[in-house]
Design a protein around this ligand. Sequence first.
Ligand SMILES: NC(=O)c1ccc[n+]([C@@H]2O[C@H](COP(=O)([O-])OP(=O)(O)OC[C@H]3O[C@@H](n4cnc5c(N)ncnc54)[C@H](O)[C@@H]3O)[C@@H](O)[C@H]2O)c1
Length: 373
Amino acid sequence: MSDGQTVHVPLDQGRDYDIHIGRGLLDGAGARVAELGGRAAAIVTDETVSALYGERLRASLEAAGLRSGLVVVAPGEASKSYATYAQVCDGLLAHRIERNDLVVALGGGVVGDLAGFAAATLRRGVRFVQAPTTLLSQVDSSVGGKTGINSPLGKNLIGAFHQPRLVLADTSTLDTLSEREMRAGYAEVAKYGLIADSGFFDWCEANWAGIYAGGPERDEAVAICCRAKAGVVVRDEREDGERALLNLGHTFGHALERLTGYESARLVHGEGVAIGLALAFRFSARLGLCPGQDAGRVANHLALAGLPTRLQAVPGGCGDADAILEAMAQDKKVRDGALTFILARGIGRSFIAPGIDRAEVRAFLEDELRPDR
Ligand SMILES: NC(=O)c1ccc[n+]([C@@H]2O[C@H](COP(=O)([O-])OP(=O)(O)OC[C@H]3O[C@@H](n4cnc5c(N)ncnc54)[C@H](O)[C@@H]3O)[C@@H](O)[C@H]2O)c1
């Protein structure tokens, strides 16, 4: 086990918490969870992660004197559904999770969002711990308290803000992650550089392979991203302003996920984000806001790291410009019909751009969809 790093999230009203980052943290998880009090801790996980790490975490919780049990769901985005949410709530109740007990989300962002939402609503709110096991969830989704599920009408439309009491990011769990999921998570890593930290984007260009390989660069990247996210969340927990910047690439990305029916076989979240990041920069360049050179650099880097950067890369296609616009219209970032985008004046210089003209977006998408692109 490495000594690891700790990032503190200093929220008010006693809701502050620590993010522990390091290799091998899972074995000592029980002791850290037990410090939070409560008699039982139920683990919510998916089938894949359960087979890899479920028993190890359960043993650690039991060794620390906590009664524990497992609630296991099918892997993949389709589990962020009403039906699986009901399955998780009933599973937690069957494990006799009471107000003072804990829910531990062990898995990627799907499990974290789903288990967090179940915890937010079970018995009107029980405490929960995030034990993220994908790169995406370690650098992004496990921090900040956004929880929820999808509606057939759009992504993450049913949810609650519910902060975890603790985040345990065991970076050695990423050793078993598929290359595809590693790459998908990397899109969110690069995103932090693109939003507000051009120095970090430079670092990513030089070190991305070390993140994939599990060298010290991996822990470093997770810590840098968690620090950046913690800062944003503390300044703007409810996304009244700055937090929306974290959605860079997501307005396009969420639309693509919706258009591919949340079928992980076709497109996973991070791949949608990668295409979305490239589109956000090309759109910014087209509007004359950002140097075309920067847009090119973003797409080149994402492609080098194995990520898709074009609409044509979506397996099975994603419909025409109107279909994409329609899918974007369900986004939570839509106010009074006008689209809000996160655009950029350059790498590390993103900003919130409300009131973007739909015709402008349609023309851009039509151009992007041209077969010769
Ligand atoms: N709440 C937030 O702030 C926030 C932020 C970003 C993304 N998200 C959400 O996160 C979700 C995507 O998360 P994700 O990319 O982690 O996907 P995921 O949870 O579906 O995990 C990806 C796949 O990897 C498998 N897996 C997980 N850990 C593994 C491991 N250690 N070894 C082997 N396989 C493993 C899972 O079984 C799954 O099949 C989306 O639903 C997205 O909306 C939420």
